[in-house]
Design a protein around this ligand. Structure first.
Ligand code: ATP
Ligand code: MG
Ligand code: MG
Ligand code: MG
Length: 367
């Protein structure tokens, strides 16, 4: 029988719409002669539904992002008598069993999907899945803890502090003082976010409180970070092959222009803006080699699996800092990660297949 792949997209995070676009793209190219495909949407309220029929609607239309339709038939995860099989069941008709699932492709960004929570559910159910495991997902999702781990592994990162909603409520003045030690301008980010949502560049003291409060609205854990001045922004893809070997892609550079001060949500997803991508990036052999090596060190530092996109800042003197790694990077055909692999000789369809094959080759024991 063909392996059955559950492609899961949507989710409870603010990146719901982006994830739907990714889900639509992957469902378009996945080889149905090779795999039995089950499309599962997670609605914004957390409900799991069986997506079927017209997947064409999972696209950006008139600058509006799609979403999962919560009124579709609900599905649930069930552990059966043998304790290892995952079954999707229509909640409304207990008899309507969708069957076991061999592998899950969790195309989810942000909390409740990219952060180890779904991964934990799948580990408990003994189901293989694409991408990072529980720990790697959780550590990489939280920019505060990610930095602790990367610094311990000797990976250079920007200086930063964590401010929690509790600390802010108790003593905002102390939080301000700790932040200002980093010096303006500052970047303020929700610790567990993505797509630049909730991120502000803070030019001076007059903007700090609003930025922290904006980030707290997304996550009670907030990262306040020093500004990387005059840097090039270059990303590198990491891919684990079905035989376990880990490879790095050619990097790509993001050049921000127009009225965007940084690589914000609009610059990332909405067309007609002034962001330019150089894929592959124009880098000399020395920078290329250092970047690919540091991408691997970063991948291993968090014990990542499957895939990651490592985002760098390159200073004018050529030194590198890792801004972050994303364990489920944007994954539409035009997203950076697939583009970088395209430039490195792995096209989108093959990339999807390699990731599924890698997941299928995994042990469901401790690995
Ligand atoms: P992603 O969609 O890549 O997951 P994210 O929401 O996790 O994004 P970051 O990558 O940390 O957010 O930051 C978003 C953008 O903000 C960066 O791509 C960069 O343009 C800018 N930026 C972030 N931190 C800094 C910094 N310390 N100095 C200068 N620019 C920064
Ligand atoms: Mg990120
Ligand atoms: Mg992200
Ligand atoms: Mg980023």
């Amino acid at each position: 029988a063909k392996p059955r792949v559950a492609v899961i997209f949507g989710g409870r995070s603010t990146e719901h719409g982006i994830s739907c676009v990714t889900g639509g793209s992957v469902l378009n190219v996945i080889d149905r002669d090779k795999y039995d495909v089950v499309p599962i949407g997670i609605a914004q309220d957390g409900r799991w539904v069986l997506e079927a029929g017209d997947l064409d609607r999972l696209k950006i239309a008139d600058r509006v992002l799609p979403s999962v339709d919560a009124t579709l038939p609900a599905v649930s995860l069930e552990q059966r008598a043998d304790g290892t099989e995952l079954v999707f069941t229509e909640a409304t008709e207990a008899t309507d069993v969708l069957g076991h699932v061999d592998v899950v492709f969790p195309l989810l960004h942000g909390p409740w999907g990219e952060d180890g929570t779904l991964q934990g559910l799948l580990e408990m159910a003994g189901v293989r899945y694409v991408g990072a495991g529980v720990l790697a997902s959780a550590v990489s999702m939280d920019k505060g803890f990610m930095k602790v781990v990367l610094q311990a592994a000797g990976v250079p990162t920007m200086p930063s502090i964590v401010v929690t909603a509790r600390e802010w409520a108790r003593d905002a003045a102390a939080c301000r003082a700790r932040s200002e030690e980093l010096g303006y301008p500052l970047f303020v980010k929700p610790a567990r976010g993505g797509s630049s949502i909730g991120i502000s560049k803070v030019h001076d003291a007059s903007e700090l409180d609003a930025a922290i409060e904006e980030a707290i609205a997304h996550d009670p854990r907030v990262l306040v970070e020093g500004f990387a001045a005059g840097v090039r922004e270059i990303e590198c893809g990491v891919l684990q092959m079905p035989d376990g070997e880990v490879r790095t892609s050619l990097p790509a550079e993001i050049r921000i222009g127009g009225d965007h001060e940084f690589y914000d949500f609009e610059a990332k997803y909405l067309p007609g803006e002034h962001t330019e991508i150089d894929c592959p990036a124009k880098v000399d052999d020395d920078l290329l080699a250092r970047m690919q090596e540091l991408a691997l060190v970063t991948f291993d530092a968090v014990a990542c699996e499957g895939l990651a996109r490592v985002d760098f800042f390159v200073f004018p003197d050529g030194s590198l800092v890792v801004n972050e790694l994303n364990t489920m990077p944007g994954f539409t055909p035009s997203s950076m990660y697939p583009q970088m692999w395209g430039a490195s000789g792995v096209d989108y369809t093959e990339l999807v297949d390699l990731l599924i094959q890698q997941a299928l080759s995994r042990s469901t024991d401790l690995r």
